[in-house]
Design a protein around this ligand. Sequence first.
Ligand code: GLN
Length: 490
Amino acid sequence: MSDLTKLTLKTALDGLASKSFSSVELTKAHVEAVESARVLNAFVLETPEQAIDMAKASDARRASGSAGPLDGAPLGIKDLFCTKGIRSTAGSKIIGKFIPTYESTITANLWRDGAVMLGKLNMDEFAMGSSNETSAWGPVVNPWRTRGGNAKLTPGGSSGGSASAVAAELCLGATATDTGGSIRQPASFTGTVGIKPTYGRCSRWGVVAFASSLDQAGPMARTVEDAAILLTSMAGHDPKDSTSLAVETPDFASFVGKSVKGLRIGVPKEYRVDNMPAEIDALWEQGIAWLKDAGCEIVEVSLPHTKYALPAYYIVAPAEASSNLARYDGMRYGLRVEGANLTDTYEKSRAEGFGAEVKRRIMIGAYVLSAGYYDAYYVKALKVRRRIADDFDQAFEKVDALLTPTAPSAAFSLGDRSDDPVAMYLNDIFTVTVNLAGLPGMSVPAGLDATGLPLGLQLIGRALDEGTLFSLGGALEKAADFRAKPQKWW
Ligand code: GLN
């Protein structure tokens, strides 16, 4: 039955529909795969009993002719999503053993459509990180290794558990979130597909907040079509999230395979950064050629404020985080370290409960929001953010989508950058702009570097135009014909 884990979500759904196998069989195969891959540390909580119960219920629905669009498909859920009755930690010690009494809207939508939950996926603490090394549960290991090498590589972050689980065929797809690149960069590092939808496309209700004006959930999957199927279920207006958009959710899968002939694709010249590995540049050129072959018109565009995006992001995101994380005071959730008095208890709980990266962000955030520096840093960053969004607006007068690399490197070794926060932040250089502007962005696996590690290309679209990204992503996927898989060593 282990071959059942090799299916794409689409082929698995087809197999379930044609009764080639049951959801219980499909789910058991995945539960076994999860159990045999613990060395990857992708899951922080396995829920096999729940999974089998959900699979049985799914088989019963199918037998009675009432199966939903995802019925019987086993998925992994990033631990940032609150799941009712199931421990949800956001990768942090401070949340401890928190068991939500409610379900996030996104996961509720997936269960409504019949999906099966395999467990909760590891992630950087509060989704702060690019390598999954800030997790209170320890780093996630990338199933990919360099050719002939055995060094442990990062799957990227913060959705490292999602990326690793999807790439290692432990689940048919996973939920993830992206505040500055946390869906797209791990997708690039693991040869998977990830899309961060337009801000407001997916409800943030029940998703632990990092930086509320940037946070957005989305799927990770092994094909563009699978990502489209998942996003169609996840998205939708939610009155419980005031920033959720009251728009229709298209059938995103219907865009995959559509002709991209005549689309104008912008190539932003500011994304040709110094010190970018030549192979990434070459892959970008290759991507341009593929889209040209598919009938697209390539246009050079300028996004002049790109160089300010990373500094602006690393002001806005920590500012919002410092405010959001004020609620973890040892009183209401998780960890409490008793002190001599109330203030002392707050201080001890926060000192003990938060990891180093989260503390760094809280301190930066508190600083840029403090009375004396508010205008100089926070307000300035908001102005830069506006300029960045304007750059995109102007570009989208001339083009339908943009093509860039997803990240300036392939997966790096665990430990490589963990003592240099700035080097780590630089990995987000191509992804944060999209969050600052609220636009949709997708990473599609496009090739391997000289050492055999996957590299992704990023497509950026107009607000609410994920459909075009799915068409272009499908075209890139077809042209790249990316079939490489990690060699199983776990
Ligand atoms: N790496 C970025 C950060 O640490 C993005 C994280 C994310 O998208 N959640 O802030």
